[in-house]
Design a protein around this ligand. Structure first.
Ligand SMILES: [Zn+2]
Ligand SMILES: [Zn+2]
Length: 125
Protein backbone atom coordinates (compact mmCIF):
# COMPACT_ATOMS: atom_id res chain seq x y z
CA UNK A 1 0.00 0.00 0.00
CA UNK A 2 1.36 3.42 -0.87
CA UNK A 3 1.37 5.99 1.89
CA UNK A 4 -0.48 9.27 1.85
CA UNK A 5 1.10 12.57 0.91
CA UNK A 6 1.68 14.93 3.80
CA UNK A 7 1.52 18.68 3.43
CA UNK A 8 1.93 20.40 6.77
CA UNK A 9 -0.75 19.02 9.06
CA UNK A 10 -2.85 17.68 6.18
CA UNK A 11 -2.92 14.26 4.57
CA UNK A 12 -3.92 13.73 0.96
CA UNK A 13 -5.09 10.53 -0.70
CA UNK A 14 -2.15 8.94 -2.60
CA UNK A 15 -4.52 7.66 -5.30
CA UNK A 16 -6.66 10.69 -6.15
CA UNK A 17 -5.20 13.60 -4.17
CA UNK A 18 -8.34 14.30 -2.13
CA UNK A 19 -7.84 15.82 1.33
CA UNK A 20 -8.39 13.02 3.83
CA UNK A 21 -10.52 13.50 6.92
CA UNK A 22 -8.93 13.01 10.31
CA UNK A 23 -9.66 9.58 11.80
CA UNK A 24 -12.54 9.28 14.26
CA UNK A 25 -11.71 8.05 17.73
CA UNK A 26 -11.44 4.26 17.72
CA UNK A 27 -11.19 3.97 13.91
CA UNK A 28 -8.03 2.40 12.55
CA UNK A 29 -8.47 3.55 8.95
CA UNK A 30 -9.61 6.68 7.14
CA UNK A 31 -11.53 6.10 3.93
CA UNK A 32 -11.09 8.51 1.03
CA UNK A 33 -14.45 10.06 0.13
CA UNK A 34 -13.57 10.08 -3.57
CA UNK A 35 -12.03 6.69 -4.33
CA UNK A 36 -12.50 4.68 -1.11
CA UNK A 37 -8.74 4.32 -0.63
CA UNK A 38 -8.14 3.24 2.96
CA UNK A 39 -5.36 5.09 4.78
CA UNK A 40 -4.22 3.69 8.16
CA UNK A 41 -4.98 6.08 11.02
CA UNK A 42 -1.37 5.60 12.15
CA UNK A 43 -0.35 7.91 9.30
CA UNK A 44 -1.85 10.73 11.32
CA UNK A 45 0.06 9.90 14.50
CA UNK A 46 3.18 11.96 13.91
CA UNK A 47 1.33 15.02 12.60
CA UNK A 48 -0.77 15.41 15.72
CA UNK A 49 1.75 17.80 17.25
CA UNK A 50 1.61 20.17 14.31
CA UNK A 51 -2.19 20.51 14.53
CA UNK A 52 -1.93 22.17 17.92
CA UNK A 53 -3.06 25.54 16.57
CA UNK A 54 -6.36 23.97 15.48
CA UNK A 55 -7.22 21.82 18.49
CA UNK A 56 -10.90 21.50 17.59
CA UNK A 57 -10.07 19.94 14.24
CA UNK A 58 -8.59 16.87 15.87
CA UNK A 59 -10.60 15.74 18.89
CA UNK A 60 -8.82 13.02 20.81
CA UNK A 61 -9.09 11.87 24.42
CA UNK A 62 -5.58 13.13 25.04
CA UNK A 63 -6.25 16.60 23.71
CA UNK A 64 -9.58 16.92 25.52
CA UNK A 65 -7.79 16.04 28.73
CA UNK A 66 -5.21 18.73 28.03
CA UNK A 67 -7.97 21.26 27.32
CA UNK A 68 -9.61 20.53 30.66
CA UNK A 69 -6.34 20.99 32.47
CA UNK A 70 -5.72 24.30 30.73
CA UNK A 71 -9.17 25.56 31.71
CA UNK A 72 -8.64 24.57 35.31
CA UNK A 73 -5.30 26.33 35.27
CA UNK A 74 -6.89 29.57 34.03
CA UNK A 75 -9.63 29.50 36.65
CA UNK A 76 -7.03 29.14 39.35
CA UNK A 77 -4.79 31.97 38.29
CA UNK A 78 -6.87 34.42 36.29
CA UNK A 79 -10.35 34.04 37.75
CA UNK A 80 -13.61 32.98 36.16
CA UNK A 81 -14.33 33.63 32.50
CA UNK A 82 -17.30 35.99 32.24
CA UNK A 83 -19.04 38.04 29.55
CA UNK A 84 -17.49 41.45 30.11
CA UNK A 85 -16.41 43.94 27.46
CA UNK A 86 -12.77 44.91 27.43
CA UNK A 87 -12.46 48.73 27.40
CA UNK A 88 -9.21 48.46 25.47
CA UNK A 89 -9.89 46.06 22.59
CA UNK A 90 -13.65 45.45 22.80
CA UNK A 91 -13.30 41.69 23.35
CA UNK A 92 -16.44 40.31 25.01
CA UNK A 93 -14.84 37.86 27.43
CA UNK A 94 -12.71 38.56 30.47
CA UNK A 95 -11.51 36.75 33.56
CA UNK A 96 -13.01 38.11 36.73
CA UNK A 97 -11.76 37.87 40.26
CA UNK A 98 -13.52 39.35 43.25
CA UNK A 99 -11.42 40.73 46.07
CA UNK A 100 -12.40 42.16 49.42
CA UNK A 101 -9.81 44.90 49.60
CA UNK A 102 -11.84 47.63 51.24
CA UNK A 103 -13.95 47.53 54.37
CA UNK A 104 -16.97 45.21 54.27
CA UNK A 105 -19.65 47.93 54.16
CA UNK A 106 -18.07 49.46 51.08
CA UNK A 107 -18.31 46.23 49.13
CA UNK A 108 -15.72 44.44 47.13
CA UNK A 109 -13.60 45.12 44.10
CA UNK A 110 -13.81 42.96 40.99
CA UNK A 111 -10.70 42.66 38.91
CA UNK A 112 -11.06 41.89 35.21
CA UNK A 113 -8.42 40.64 32.83
CA UNK A 114 -9.27 40.68 29.12
CA UNK A 115 -9.17 37.16 27.70
CA UNK A 116 -7.85 38.54 24.42
CA UNK A 117 -5.34 41.33 25.07
CA UNK A 118 -4.73 40.74 28.81
CA UNK A 119 -5.66 44.33 29.60
CA UNK A 120 -6.58 44.58 33.27
CA UNK A 121 -9.13 46.85 34.94
CA UNK A 122 -11.29 46.85 38.03
CA UNK A 123 -14.80 47.75 39.10
CA UNK A 124 -15.80 48.73 42.61
CA UNK A 125 -19.08 47.24 43.78
ZN1 LIG B 1 -8.71 8.86 -3.05
ZN1 LIG C 1 -8.84 43.42 25.51
Amino acid sequence: MSSAHKIGALLFCPDCGTLLNLPDDGHSVVTCEQCNHEEPASSFDNIEVTTRSHPDAFPSPLRQKRKTQTKHHQEDHQGTLVAEKCPQCGHMQAFSKEMQLRSADEGSTIFYTCASCKHGWRINN
